[in-house]
Write a protein that binds this ligand. Structure first.
Ligand code: PRX
Length: 654
């Protein structure tokens, strides 16, 4: 890590905003001063950009930290803000979604059409008994109905839990059960990598075979027909979207709900084996998602074509596909498939075809394109692009420069945006047109956001030093808790700096001489693979769930393309070895993890070893395994119970 830090700190390229960009930029430098002068007043002003059925009189209630309430006596309807208000303002004919399926089919959905679809879907859900506060699971491909489903749930004041379509039936079941979902909305399948990737069968599997656990809560499954693959059908439970939604009434008046009404739960990996259901509420979340999308992505809804490439299964898809852009009345591209299908220039073809002006994507994608070579994007006309964004993991200066030069014609500003599922919206980023940018640094807290880098005692480290990133003030789109586990919420984020009242993000960071923030990756047992959060413990539990495995240790090893890669060290049971040949076991275990959690969790490497490095108290020293996985000299082993174990492991890995 230290060589990487040194390298980063010698980065001295700077890019000042161009006067032309600055002249028309949404963000202005005085936002910082406004927020500094009156932080709550600043957020109240941003909140007033939304439509409130009942205006709020109170901004922040922080009387019971860390449980915040924002705009608590105000009432609004999130879906109304994303849909009806644009139609009522005369923008019903504006295209909301420029959708493209992986096979090349297209749909343009206007605000009026999307509003109509959502009203009907809300009526269908209401008919299925969904009421305010009920949970609805959504397990869908990237099709317009997925967004309509989220908004229909929100419109009813109910709570959605979107589960990424790449998760297994098992992961789906855990999440459905944890939230106690009443309805699941899914599709027969979606197109990925040129093939049908079925979804409904995983839902059927998740709902069948409920083991010894409690009876499931799911009463109905609403199914969109997308890929026309054969699907199982449970009469009375399953309903086709295309039967129910068009037949439902198109009349649905959006009711007002309190600002703190829960909007969604989104599961993310923590340091334990059990994913956390991060809870977000309505008014504060929508305020900050809308504001950040506007100022960080310099959104001009009348002229821009925005494209955030994230799946709706992740927080980026929630805030910058569904809620931010639609609340702002923007036009955006929605693409179903993978970047390399049917050819490696597919994304650039879409940029050219739809005239994308603002592109927001992850460093992993940029690094994969870099590897393929600049000749691929250069076959397309990318001249519509005027702003680029990065999210999900640190972006190395090389990838930043490539992004700027090859995709941004050496002119488009880049915003490297740091945030988390828990923060709900962007927290640290340059403001385009205002901030001079630096390749590799996410830079500065947004106006109204309190960020610091501190030591273990919570003391500011000062410029030129590294430490832990904390958020020093409550913010509107902050998580309101972990679903069903208030203690874990306090413990995970607030206990460490309890004396200061800081939120502990779990990220290492460094301040440079200008006070700009450089993110250095997680400081806990959370890995970041291709911008996706994975827990070492969760993958270890999956591995030991296999009959062959006695013990497992998982580490995130640095990887040129994916940022980090999952590497597992596994001890095989004697009983298994006496009855089976070990050949092919590593492959079988990779596949097993894919089935248990989802393909994104599949280890890149699995090493079968005889022992694991443990301290005298039995704690696995992952740091040493990471040294082996990254091909480095193994570090200090003096705290190991058996100091010889690392040389045995290194030999076995070789
Ligand atoms: O480690 C940080 C990294 O991603 C984590 C949050 O992951 P998740 O909740 O899945 O949300 C990802 C999309 C917002 C953070 O704790 N991370 C996110 N953005 C950046 C980043 N690391 C460095 N630079 C970023 N821009």
């Amino acid at each position: 890590m230290s060589s990487q830090i040194d390298h980063l700190l010698t980065e001295n390229r700077r890019f000042a905003p161009s006067p032309e960009f600055a002249a028309d930029a949404v963000a202005t430098a005085d936002l910082y001063a406004q927020a500094d002068a009156d932080r709550e007043g600043f957020w109240a002003e941003q909140a007033r950009a939304l439509h409130w059925h009942t205006p709020f009189s109170q901004v922040l209630d922080w009387s019971n930290p860390p449980f915040a309430q924002w705009f608590a006596d105000g009432e609004l309807n999130v879906a109304y803000n994303c849909l009806d208000r644009h139609v009522e303002a005369g923008n019903g004919d504006r295209v909301a979604l420029l959708w493209e399926g992986e096979p090349g089919d297209e749909r343009r959905v206007t605000y009026a059409e999307l509003t109509d679809e959502v009203k009907r879907a809300a009526n269908v859900l209401r008919g299925l008994g969904v009421e305010a506060g009920d949970r609805v699971a959504i397990y869908m491909p990237m099709i317009p109905e997925a967004i309509a489903a989220m908004l229909a749930v929100a419109r009813l004041g109910a709570v959605h839990s979107v589960i990424f379509g790449g998760f297994s039936a098992d992961s789906l079941r855990t999440r459905i059960d944890d939230a106690g979902a009443k309805v699941v909305i899914t599709a027969d399948g979606g197109y990925r990598k040129g093939r049908v990737s079925p979804l409904k069968p995983a839902v059927d599997q998740a709902l069948a075979d409920r083991g010894a656990g409690p009876q499931g809560t799911v009463e109905h499954v609403l199914v969109v027909r997308r890929t026309e693959n054969e699907v199982g059908w449970t009469e009375g439970r399953d309903i086709w979207w295309h039967d129910a939604v068009p037949a439902a009434s198109g009349e649905h008046e959006a009711q007002a709900f309190p600002a703190e009404n829960p909007l969604f739960i989104l599961y993310t990996s923590g340091t334990t084996g059990k994913p956390k259901g991060i809870l977000h509420t309505s008014g504060g979340y929508l305020t900050q998602a809308t504001f950040t999308n506007k100022v960080v992505h310099d959104l001009h809804p009348e002229t821009d074509v925005f494209w955030c490439t994230a799946d709706i299964g992740w927080i980026t898809g929630h805030s910058y596909v569904t809620y931010g852009p639609l609340s702002n009345g923007a036009t955006q591209v929605l693409y179903e498939g993978t970047p390399e299908t049917p050819h490696p220039g597919r994304w650039w073809e879409l940029v050219e075809k739809y005239g994308v002006t603002v592109l927001y994507t992850a460093p992993t994608a940029i690094r994969s394109f870099m590897k393929l070579g600049r000749q691929i994007p250069q076959q397309f006309d990318l001249s519509s692009i005027r702003l680029l964004g990065s999210v999900g993991e640190p972006i190395n200066p090389e990838a930043w420069m490539w992004y700027r030069e090859i995709i941004g014609a050496d002119a488009a500003p880049i915003v490297d945006t740091w945030w988390q599922t828990e923060t709900g919206s962007i927290m640290v980023s340059a403001l385009p047109g205002v901030t001079e940018t630096k390749p590799g640094s996410a830079q500065v807290p947004l106006p109204g956001i309190g960020v610091d880098v501190v030591d273990d005692q919570g003391e500011h480290v000062g410029n030129g030093n590294g430490g832990l990133l904390v958020l020093t003030q409550p913010w509107p789109s902050m998580l309101r808790g972990i679903w069903g586990d208030p203690e874990r919420f306090v413990e995970t984020y607030w206990e460490k700096f309890q004396n200061k009242g800081y939120y502990f993000a779990g990220d290492g960071a460094r301040l440079d001489e200008d006070g700009d923030v450089w993110f250095l990756g997680r400081v806990d047992d959370v890995m970041n693979v291709s911008g996706h959060r994975l827990s070492t413990t969760e993958i270890e539990s999956a591995l030991v769930g296999n009959e062959a495995v006695a013990e497992a240790a998982v580490v995130g090893a640095s990887d040129e393309t994916t940022g980090q890669a999952v590497v597992a060290f596994v001890i095989v049971k004697q009983s298994y070895l006496s009855a089976h040949e070990p050949e092919g076991l590593a492959d079988a275990l990779r596949k097993w993890v894919g089935e248990q959690i989802g393909p994104i969790a599949r280890p890149r490497d699995i090493y079968i070893v005889g022992e694991l490095p443990k301290t005298r108290s039995g704690k696995i020293m992952r740091r040493l395994l990471r040294d082996v996985a990254e091909g480095r000299e193994v570090g200090d082993t003096t705290t190991l119970a058996d100091t010889a174990v690392m040389s045995v492991i290194s030999a076995q890995v070789k």
